[in-house]
Design a protein around this ligand. Structure first.
Ligand code: G3I
Length: 354
């Protein structure tokens, strides 16, 4: 949705037309200054999670994706379920398709994700494994997947969401149950062994509203680094599950980014979106824009934050309405691929000279 030009009385209408023309010209200018070009001029990568279905079936999706972004994350196709459906069978077709698309469009790739508690195949979740067998399965998976994309995936979400949703308690996942707490260290070491040049991240969400969770994440990554475990960064998913109602979250995120950087690790915004309560209103769209712009500004306030990825880019393909009842319209482009206020807020935040 293009930024609205406000109509008014006759004089105002003339002014409004002038403003619209200006805005139109500005819009035309901004349309030729896509996010990836602005980001690159600041040494940043800005991107999106990619829906395999949309990539395959929607030419408008591909057009906007290539125009606007220089880093992509597979939304699902590199998770255990899709890529390793049977113990002795991998299915790389969709992941290969994304990696090929990215290389053709000169985009970096964030691999997602090597260890998680969701979207695992039945053979893994239902199988009976000794600790040594579980370690061997993990080693084989990470070695095979990371090895296949060696030199083609710049960053990996090695371990995703190892803590509770809103607390600092370790999540009791199948990996923790079968291997024990050191599954995390093993995963990072296996990934580094398979591709020593890939940047390896721990990824999680909602630290901006749970100080206990953030403290637990920081303690984990600081300890891993101190023990020489190959970890390079922390991914902040930045899903605004709370809608756009958390006024202090952006400030908290900036502080948390700075604390991770001070610990000698990189920061990445990995799954940015902001679901809106329905029906969406102009006021909510403006709050959403403020949130998106604020997160980009928070990333840019920390030298070690160089990556900003939204979890999808058009409301036409978003996980939110199916998973978060009552929320929708979470992304910078609407269903017709028109930029929303959030898009222009990202642009403005990228344009600021540091
Ligand atoms: O591909 C199958 C299809 O063959 C089948 O017919 C259909 C119905 O069962 O399911 C399809 O798989 C779905 C998949 O999305 C692809 O659409 C899974 O059921 C569904 O659970 C999966 O949801 C994904 C969710 O993670 C769980 O993996 C969402 O798209 C994805 O946006 C979401 O992303 C996560 C990040 O990976 C981690 N951080 C949180 C984020 C949001 O939950």
């Amino acid at each position: 949705m293009r930024e609205r030009c406000k109509a008014g009385p006759i004089a105002g209408a003339i002014l409004a037309v002038a403003l619209c023309v200006h805005a139109g010209a500005a819009f035309a200018a901004s349309a030729t200054a896509p996010l990836r070009r602005l980001a690159a001029s600041r040494g940043l990568h800005i991107g999106t999670a990619v829906s395999d279905d949309a990539l395959v079936s929607d030419p408008d999706y591909r057009r906007v994706l290539r125009r606007e972004f220089n880093i992509v994350t597979p939304e699902n196709v590199m998770k255990w379920g899709p890529i390793h459906p049977e113990r002795d069978r991998y299915d790389f077709a969709a992941a290969d398709r994304l990696v090929a698309e990215a290389r053709k469009a000169h985009m970096r790739v964030r691999g997602h994700t090597l260890v998680w508690y969701m979207q695992n195949p039945a053979w893994l979740t239902g199988g009976a494994f000794t600790r040594d067998e579980a370690i061997a399965v993990l080693h084989d998976h990470i070695g095979t997947v990371v090895g296949r994309y060696r030199g083609k995936v710049a960053q990996w979400d090695v371990v995703n969401e190892a803590f509770g949703d809103l607390d600092g308690n370790p999540r009791n996942t199948i990996w923790r149950q079968r291997i024990g707490p050191d599954y995390i260290e093993m995963a990072f070491r296996f990934a580094h062994e398979a591709d020593p040049r890939a940047k390896l991240y721990y990824n999680d969400f909602l630290t901006e509203i749970s100080a206990a969770k953030f403290d637990a994440v920081l303690a984990l990554v600081t300890d891993l680094k101190a023990r020489g475990v190959p970890i390079d960064g922390v991914g902040f998913q930045t899903h605004a599950f709370y809608g756009v109602g958390c006024t202090g979250c952006v400030t908290t995120l900036a502080e948390q980014f700075a604390r991770v950087a001070a610990a000698g690790l990189d920061v990445a915004v990995t799954e940015l979106d902001a679901g809106l309560p329905q029906p969406t209103t102009p006021a909510l769209l403006q709050q959403q824009a403020d949130f998106y712009g604020g997160v980009v500004a928070a990333c840019r306030s920390v030298r070690r934050c160089r990556t900003i990825v939204s979890w999808g880019f058009t409301d036409r393909y978003s996980w939110i309405p199916a998973f978060i009842p009552g929320q929708d319209d979470a992304l910078p482009f609407d269903r017709a691929y028109q930029p929303k206020p959030a898009y222009f807020a990202i642009q403005r935040a990228l344009r600021v000279r540091r």
